[in-house]
Design a protein around this ligand. Sequence first.
Ligand SMILES: [Zn+2]
Length: 75
Amino acid sequence: MKCMKCGKTAYKSLTSEAIELGFGLLVIRNIPCYKCEECDEIFYTGDVVSRIEGMIEEAKQRMQEISVIYYEDAA
Ligand SMILES: [Zn+2]
């Protein structure tokens, strides 16, 4: 995987995202990603992006002020 920003090598890593939902905050931990060794830019594969989108939709329905989800635990 090449970095889309600087073209250097990006290696597999794990990261966390905090997503503002308006009424609250969704935190997703242990998300598989690629991280650039040069500029620290983080990329997700298409599968991961669509799964994160699904998690955001679920969190919107739960309407909790703060939700913390672990990526590999989520259905
Ligand atoms: Zn880079």
